[in-house]
Design a protein around this ligand. Structure first.
Ligand code: AHR
Length: 515
C-alpha cells in the first residue's frame, strides 16, 4: 500500500515537472527498497528445428566449406558470443512435442529420419541432436534450455534425457552417453515440460496439463547429480490468465521453478503484413501489440503473487518477438522474415519492460535466433548478416545480472489517427563496479524527443553513449548492404550536475553509461 502511495506521489510530481515537448525521466538511484537483479537469462534466445534455423543457420555439417567447428558455423558462434548470449532454448517450439531425443544420438548415418510435421513437412534427418546442441552451448558459453516432449513422448523418455545429459553416476543413460563419446555430463539446468500444451503441444486443458506436469516433474526429479533442475511449465498464450491461475493453484510448488508465457507482436494472425515495406498503420499496430507485453507481464505476475508472494517461481517469457508474412518466394512453413528498425523498436521496448519486471521475469527467449521470425542473425550460404535486433540485444547486454534502478518516465505520445502510444521507454541498472547503464527508445517515426534524466541528486564524472537509428522504420541490413543499420557512438547529450539532457532522434535506441 505504502509503495502504491509512493508511486502515485512520484507520478504526480513528475507530471508537475512536465515541460511542454520535454520528457522527464526520474532515475531512482537512491531508492530505499532493495531492487531486484536483472537476470541475464532475460537476454536468452530460442532455436527450433524450423526452416533454416538449425540447418543452414547454426549447423552446416563438418564437411561444409563454410568455416565450422564440428559442423557449427564459426561466424555465428563469434557473433553470438559478442552479443553475450546467456542461454539457448531447443529443440522447439511445436517441434519439441514431436521430438524423440534418442533418434538424435549415436552415429549420424544410423539415425532415423522423421517428418517435421509442424514446419513444412520436410524430412528431419536428426543429424543435429543432443550432443550437437549441448556442445554448441559450450562453444557459446551459454546455458542450454531443453524443451521436453510431453505431447507425444513419455515420462520415462524425459526422465532418461535428464539423466543422459546430466548424470555423473553409473547408470544405463550415462553409460549410453559415454558409449556415444561424452564422458563428463554437460549439466542441463533448464527444462521445459512440453510447449504450448494448450495448442500444438496436445490441445490440453489447463487442469489436464497441470496433472501431466506433476507426473513429469516428479520423475525428472528436482536435481540430477550436481545439477539443480529448473522446471518450466508450458504457459499461457497472451492473456489466458486462467491458464496461469490453474497452474499456480494445481501444481505443488516444490515441483516447479518457472511458468512460461508466449506473446508475439502480430497484427492479425490471418493478415500479418510484410516484414518490410509496411505502412505506418502497420508499424503503429505492431508497436501496440508489442507494448501489450507490459500489461501481460503485470497481470500474469499479479496472479502468481497470489499463490507465490515470495516470488520463488519465475515468469519465463520463452517466446516473444515480431511475426510477419514470410519473405516472398520462401517456404511458408519456414517463417523466414527480414528484420528492420521496427524490430529494433520491439526489442528495445520489450527488453525495457522485462528489466522493469525483473522481480518476476527471470528468463525470456527471443523467437528465434537465426533465419526464423525476429532473428538476430540471417545467413545465406557463406554470408551472414547481423540484424537491427542483434544490435539492440548487444547494446542492452550491460544490464545482464546488474541491479535494477527504477525509472519513472513522464507521459510522452506517439499518435496515429486517434490512437496514442507512449513514445519513450526506459530502464536502468547499476553493475557491481558502480556503473549505471540506461537504455532508452523513441518509437516515434517522425519526431525526436528532448529528454531530461534526473539522477536523484547524484552526479557522475563520465558519460558515454551508443545509438541505433535509421531514417525509416523499414530500414534493414541485406546481404548486399550488410552495414546499413548498425550502432554508432552517441554524443547528443549534455550532463549538468545531477541532470542529463538528451536528444533522442526519431526511431532510435540509445544506451548511456554513467560512472
Ligand atoms: O516460434 C514459432 C512457433 O510459435 C513455436 O514453435 C510455437 O511454440 C509458437 O506457436
Amino acid at each position: 500500500m505504502k509503495s502504491l502511495f509512493f508511486k502515485a506521489f512520484i507520478a504526480s510530481f513528475l507530471c508537475s515537472l512536465v515541460v511542454k515537448g520535454q520528457t522527464i525521466i526520474n532515475v531512482e538511484l537512491k531508492s530505499a527498497a532493495p531492487n531486484p537483479v536483472i537476470s541475464k537469462y532475460i537476454y536468452s534466445h530460442f532455436a527450433e528445428h524450423l526452416g533454416r534455423g538449425i540447418y543452414d543457420g547454426f549447423y552446416v555439417g563438418d564437411t561444409s566449406k563454410i568455416p565450422n567447428t564440428n559442423g557449427v558455423r564459426n561466424d555465428v558462434v563469434a557473433a553470438l558470443k559478442k552479443m553475450k548470449i546467456p542461454s539457448l532454448r531447443w529443440p522447439g517450439g511445436c517441434f519439441a512435442d514431436t521430438y524423440h531425443w534418442k533418434d538424435g544420438i549415436g552415429p549420424k548415418d544410423k539415425r532415423p529420419a522423421i517428418v517435421n510435421k509442424w514446419w513444412g513437412n520436410v524430412a528431419e534427418d536428426n543429424s543435429f541432436g543432443t550432443h550437437d546442441f549441448l556442445n554448441l552451448c559450450e562453444l557459446l558459453g551459454a546455458d542450454p534450455y531443453v524443451a521436453g516432449n510431453v505431447g507425444s513422448g513419455t515420462v520415462q523418455e524425459l526422465a532418461d534425457w535428464v539423466q543422459y545429459t546430466s548424470s555423473d553416476n553409473k547408470n544405463p543413460m550415462s553409460d549410453l552417453r559415454k558409449a556415444n563419446g561424452r564422458t563428463e555430463p554437460w549439466s542441463v539446468k533448464f527444462w521445459g515440460v512440453g510447449n504450448e500444451a494448450w495448442g500444438c503441444g496436445g490441445n490440453m486443458t489447463p487442469e489436464y496439463y497441470a496433472n501431466e506436469f506433476r507426473k513429469y516433474a516428479t520423475f525428472m526429479g528436482s536435481s540430477e547429480g550436481k545439477t539443480k533442475l529448473f522446471r518450466v511449465a508450458s504457459g499461457a498464450s497472451d492473456d489466458d490468465y486462467n491458464w496461469t491461475e490453474t497452474l499456480m493453484k494445481n501444481i505443488p510448488h516444490h515441483l516447479i521453478e518457472g511458468v512460461a508465457i508466449h506473446h508475439y507482436a502480430v497484427i492479425d494472425w490471418n493478415h500479418k503484413g510484410p516484414a518490410t515495406g509496411f505502412s505506418e498503420e502497420q508499424y503503429f499496430t505492431t508497436m501496440q501489440r508489442s507494448l501489450q507485453m507490459d500489461s501481460l507481464v503485470t497481470k500474469h505476475s499479479r496472479i502468481m503473487d497470489k499463490y507465490d508472494p515470495k516470488k520463488q517461481i519465475a515468469l519465463v517469457v520463452d517466446e516473444w518477438g515480431g511475426w510477419y508474412d514470410v519473405e516472398q518466394g520462401t517456404n511458408p512453413g519456414f517463417l523466414y522474415q527480414q528484420n528492420t528498425m521496427r524490430d529494433a523498436m520491439i526489442a528495445g521496448t520489450t527488453l525495457n519492460i522485462f528489466n522493469n519486471h525483473a522481480d518476476r521475469v527471470r528468463m525470456a527467449n527471443l523467437a528465434q535466433c537465426i533465419n526464423v521470425l525476429q532473428a538476430v542473425i540471417l545467413t545465406n550460404q557463406q554470408k551472414m548478416i547481423l540484424t537491427p535486433t542483434y544490435y539492440v540485444m548487444e547494446m542492452y547486454n550491460v544490464h545482464q545480472d546488474a541491479t535494477l534502478v527504477p525509472t519513472q518516465v513522464s507521459d510522452t505520445e506517439y499518435s496515429f489517427g486517434k490512437d496514442k502510444l507512449p513514445a519513450v521507454s526506459a530502464s536502468a541498472s547499476k553493475n557491481t563496479a558502480g556503473v549505471v547503464n540506461i537504455t532508452l527508445t523513441n518509437i516515434d517515426p517522425a519526431k525526436k524527443q528532448k529528454v531530461t534524466l534526473r539522477l536523484n541528486g547524484q552526479s557522475f564524472k563520465n558519460i558515454s553513449g551508443r545509438i541505433l537509428t535509421s531514417a525509416k522504420t523499414g530500414d534493414c541490413n541485406t546481404f548486399n548492404a550488410p552495414d546499413k543499420v548498425k550502432t554508432i557512438t552517441f554524443k547528443d547529450f549534455k550532463m549538468t550536475g545531477n541532470t542529463v539532457e538528451i536528444i533522442l532522434p526519431a526511431i532510435s535506441v540509445v544506451a548511456l553509461s554513467l560512472n
